[in-house]
Design a protein around this ligand. Structure first.
Ligand code: ADP
Length: 257
């Protein structure tokens, strides 16, 4: 794959005690810089803004109210970008910030403008770091997307830039036939070729304390990729260097293809 979208979840970026996982972010920046230096074009979709905002205000539970979440995202987004800026600079990698909403594909002019921006950044060897523009995204009642769902946003980004591969990093080794946190005998799917009812059922409900999507939104993202004849890998982001193994063609996590 030449053009890769990497999505990293809150559970990878924020410790369960609420602290930013600087080690994971550092590893991620090191790894993605390595890919760019190999000539790959890399887009990072990063969650974590609300988590960083919660940390800055000393909150221990995610507030229910959407405006509070939006405000926390606004607080945390700049903090998160400051961390990325600093860590990527260690490796001499330039970055940029792109904030999008899920409806970008529905407006041809917006889509075209977004693509033009991505193209130029990628041509310059800059990594775009994408997040949902939470200040204006209030679609929580929408039937196919919901507030803070960067899983599906990452598939939308992959579609805009026509990426061959979406790598989704989470706090779990891949997609299992049931939630491995509840059922120790859960079995990992090594490869999934289509998303059917049975697969969707295995996804169960919401995930971790700080994560938002759980598996359902990851499967919807996979479905979008499969529809466009593109690949997605769901793998554990505890060690982001796993991306190097994936690029060598080694089997890690769950391959959707
Ligand atoms: P992220 O913040 O990385 O997007 P989430 O916390 O939203 O991650 O989702 C990952 C979580 O989904 C896992 O930690 C696990 O608890 C839960 N989960 C539910 N069903 C499954 C399944 N079938 N296979 C793997 N994980 C599952």
């Amino acid at each position: 794959a030449q053009r890769i979208v990497v999505k990293v979840g809150t559970s990878t970026l924020i410790h369960s005690n609420g602290k930013v996982n600087l080690q994971a972010i550092d590893q991620l920046c090191y790894t993605l810089t390595g890919l760019v230096n190999e000539g790959k074009q890399v887009v990072l979709v990063s969650s974590g803004a609300i988590g960083v905002g919660m940390g800055q205000l000393g909150l221990h539970a995610r507030p229910e109210a959407i405006p509070a979440q939006q405000a926390l995202a606004a607080i945390g987004q700049s903090g998160l970008m400051a961390v990325y800026q600093q860590r990527f600079a260690l490796y001499g990698q330039r970055i940029s910030q792109i904030l999008l909403t899920h409806d970008v594909l529905e407006y041809p002019t917006s889509r075209k403008n977004a693509l033009n921006t991505f193209e130029r950044l990628l041509e310059w060897g800059v990594i775009p770091i994408v997040n949902e523009n939470d200040t204006v995204a209030v679609d929580e009642m929408d039937h196919y997307t919901k507030f803070g769902d960067n899983d599906q946003l990452s598939a939308i980004v992959a579609s805009i830039v026509d990426a061959d591969l979406l790598i989704m990093l989470s706090d779990i080794d891949g997609f299992f036939d049931k939630n491995p946190r509840k059922y120790p005998d859960a079995k990992l799917f090594e490869r999934i070729t289509q998303i059917d009812e049975e697969i969707l059922e295995a996804a169960g409900g919401k995930g971790s304390k700080f994560g938002t999507g759980g598996m359902t939104t990851k499967l919807k993202a996979a479905q979008k990729m499969l529809e466009n004849d593109k690949m997605m890998v769901l793998a554990n982001g505890a060690d982001p260097a796993i991306i190097f193994d994936l690029m060598k063609g080694e089997a890690r996590g769950t391959l959707f293809a």
